[in-house]
Design a protein. Structure first.
Length: 238
């Protein structure tokens, strides 16, 4: 099933590259390796991968710049690797268009699981984008001043388009479809990210924080907010 999928692992630590390659290859993925930013860009030029696992702290050309350059020409999925669980690093990476992040040291099985989930999700998005648009699929979901179009993967707040990353859109769409319902982080991971494993709920918090900022850009009587439900998760109100 995975034999045609190419994953590019970019990290300056040989041990990290070796472990990632071993576990991904066991699952049938083809794996290419790069030790720095320029090598990563050259590898993408030679054969565009289906997924990039990209360390942020690279010599010469760091992961932020690599991600920025890749996003100018491609939407290929990117999972960031960061040695520090610092919010600013993660937020910058996600805003540049990374699909997910993992903090080192990581569980290699979780890395494989996340790679599978990202590839499943992007394949599903391409399938929806290429399918004929039916009246139902094209229907816009309205919540207060927020309008979300699932088929077009667009969202607008009081008529102003929201600039959302792919994962922010998936999260917003899930919350909108369950308006007023408290969803746990695990439920959000399963429904918005397509994860079928436990763990990694911190990524939900990071995306919620970013999404809240964008929803709060326009204040009005019909504001849409994401409420925190203590000991549960989050709920969309509006």
């Amino acid at each position: 099933m995975n034999c045609s999928r190419l994953v590019l692992v970019v990290d300056d630590e040989p041990g990290v590259r070796d472990v990632a390659q071993m576990y991904l290859a066991r699952e049938g993925f083809r794996v290419a390796l790069a030790a720095d930013g320029p090598a990563a860009l050259a590898a993408v030029e030679r054969e565009p991968p289906d997924l990039i696992i990209l360390d942020l702290m690279l010599p010469g050309l760091d992961g932020f710049e690599v991600c920025r350059r890749l996003r100018r020409a491609s939407n290929m999925p990117i999972i960031m690797l960061t040695a520090r669980d610092e919010d600013v690093d993660v937020i910058v990476g996600l805003e540049l268009g990374a699909d997910d992040y993992i903090t080192k040291p990581f569980n290699p099985r979780e890395l494989v699981a996340r790679a599978r989930a990202v590839l499943r999700r992007t394949a599903a998005e391409r399938s929806v984008a290429s399918a004929p648009t039916s009246a139902t699929a094209a229907q816009t979901i309205q919540v207060g001043g927020l309008a979300v179009n699932p088929a077009g993967r667009t969202a607008a707040l009081h008529g102003q388009p929201l600039e959302l990353t792919p994962r922010e859109f998936d999260l917003l769409l899930t919350l909108v479809r369950h308006r007023g319902q408290a969803l746990s982080r695990e439920q959000l991971l399963a429904q918005a990210w397509g994860y079928d494993f436990a763990g990694g709920t911190r990524t939900v918090d990071m995306h919620v924080a970013q999404l809240r900022k964008k929803l709060a850009a326009t204040r009005s009587d019909d504001a849409v907010t994401i409420a925190t439900v203590q000991r549960v998760g989050y709920r969309l109100e509006g």
